[in-house]
Ligand binder design. Structure first.
Ligand code: EPZ
Length: 435
């Protein structure tokens, strides 16, 4: 398993371009199952989760070829293909559940392994299932699979009991080919959901209320091919902006929509970091002592849970006590124990973490447990005195493209040290299943 060797302290300084958003590219790839025509996607990040979904799509008969840097061209491979997503593929990436809606809409049947939980929580899909049933699907849960059948889907009115990003995306992709009109209420409003909706419209779907909590879909007979550029990764960008403040640096993230990062920019400014909009991107720099500020994660447009771990690393350097409340997932503080091994003082109490700062961080050997916890440890290591080894960075590789290269370009002293290769689906003890 590869590791990062990081020397600190080093301020991050310079300009970096955000890759395409992993969490927009994944539903976009799944959406290509809705048409027999070629779909061309641009700004697709080269990260492990994309490679995993491409393998699943190939299993389902949907070919994908690289059309140049960050470009994927997808079309049916022609042969008759299965409509099941096997456990071996789904267990390494729960976002594979995104093939459920399009397969059902296009082929009338889908059999997808239940994704199971992961390090950050149980991750149920009850809202996905309830929504597909409301559209007329017959659902069976057996032997760890969800099996959905519907010769034809009929428009309905469905209200999500919980705001769910992939749940909203699955139902959008199912409704676009249903008979009649579907009204989805209490939808997730993440930019990645809106990006999927824009791709579906480019493919011929009729969707009203994009960006709002209520989406209205008028079903159509068929969708056609399209060309689409995926939005920038706001979580990757936020990670580098937080890194600038944490390391006492100055970073401009280019080619980014500031409105996608609203809550973070306000919070960063409140901590005393200087935030500005420049050259089609966002710049953050440390300007003196950091102030502790409480934060509570929430669905968009609130503070994103995917930046909570990185924000916690920042608060270890802020004056005073900050309280971080994680409202979205039930077990998303695993980075706290690893940060504490580097010298942070963090007290956990259920959904609350209280960070006492500033505390001097020193290099240590730490272990990544999930994608965003890994990013938090890397940022802390850049601010810590001495050498840090971050183990199991395959977690990072799931969602950060060429992170060591981008950090080195910002002055970070980061080196990837290859470890013995693990099979792509390998999960270390305690991974895959819920904690
Ligand atoms: C998406 O996961 C993202 N993944 C996650 O990013 C992100 O953390 C999450 O949304 C929240 O923003 C992708 O888009 C591929 P949810 P998703 O369904 O859709 C509960 C990363 O780091 N829930 O919005 O799986 C659920 O348990 C990843 O890139 C139900 O109860 O998250 C959670 O508490 C991690 N029933 C809450 O809703 C359901 O049917 C939000 O989950 C579905 C969800």
């Amino acid at each position: 398993m590869d590791r990062f060797r990081i020397e600190g302290p080093t301020p991050l300084r310079g300009t970096v371009r955000a890759s395409g958003a992993k969490n927009a590219a994944l539903p976009a790839l799944a959406a290509t199952l809705l048409t027999d025509e070629e779909v061309r996607l641009r700004r697709v990040p080269r990260v492990r989760d994309i490679a995993t979904l491409r393998r699943l799509l190939a299993h389902l008969g949907q070919g994908s070829i690289e059309g140049g840097a960050e470009r994927l061209h997808l079309a049916p491979a022609g042969a008759a293909s299965p409509d099941d997503a096997p456990y071996e593929l789904v267990k390494t990436m729960r976002a594979s559940v995104l093939v459920l809606g399009p397969l059902l809409a296009r082929r009338g049947h889908a059999r997808v392994s239940l994704p199971g939980g992961c390090a950050i929580g149980v991750r149920p899909i009850d809202q996905h299932v309830a929504g597909l049933e409301a559209l007329g699907a017959r659902v069976a849960l057996d032997h760890g699979y969800v099996d959905v059948t519907a010769p034809r889907l009929s428009g309905c009115r469905f209200r999500f009991a919980t705001v769910t990003v992939t749940g909203t995306e699955n139902l959008l992709m199912a409704a676009v080919l249903a008979d009649g009109t579907t009204v989805l209420e209490n939808c997730a409003r993440e930019p990645e959901v809106s990006d999927l909706a824009r791709l579906l419209v480019a493919m011929g779907a009729e969707i009203e209320g994009i960006g709002e909590a209520t989406l209205i879909v008028h079903g159509v007979e068929a969708l056609h091919g399209a060309e689409h550029a995926v939005i920038a990764d706001r979580i990757e960008a936020g990670t580098y902006l937080l890194g600038a403040a944490l390391t006492g640096g100055d970073v401009l993230v280019e080619d980014l929509r500031p409105e996608d990062l609203g809550a973070l920019l306000e919070l960063l400014a409140e901590t005393g970091a200087e935030v500005s909009l420049e050259g089609g991107g966002v710049r953050a720099r440390r300007a003196g002592a950091l102030r502790s500020r409480d934060a509570e994660t929430a669905p968009f447009p609130g503070f994103p849970t995917d930046l909570q771990a990185q924000y916690m690393a920042l608060m270890t350097q802020a004056e005073g006590v900050s309280t971080i409340c994680e409202t979205v997932f039930e077990n998303r503080f695993q980075h706290a124990a690893e940060l504490a091994r580097m010298g942070a003082e963090i007290r956990l109490d259920g959904r609350f973490a209280r960070v006492h700062g500033p505390r001097r961080l020193s290099g240590a050997t730490v272990m990544a447990t999930d994608l965003r916890a890994s990013a938090s440890l890397v940022l802390a290591a850049l601010a810590a005195e001495g050498t840090t080894w971050v183990e199991r960075i395959y977690h990072l590789d799931r969602g950060y493209e060429r992170m060591e290269e981008k950090l080195r370009a910002l002055g970070g002293r980061v080196e990837r040290v290859a470890g013995e290769e693990t099979s792509p689906g390998a999960t270390a003890p305690g991974e895959g299943g819920t904690r």
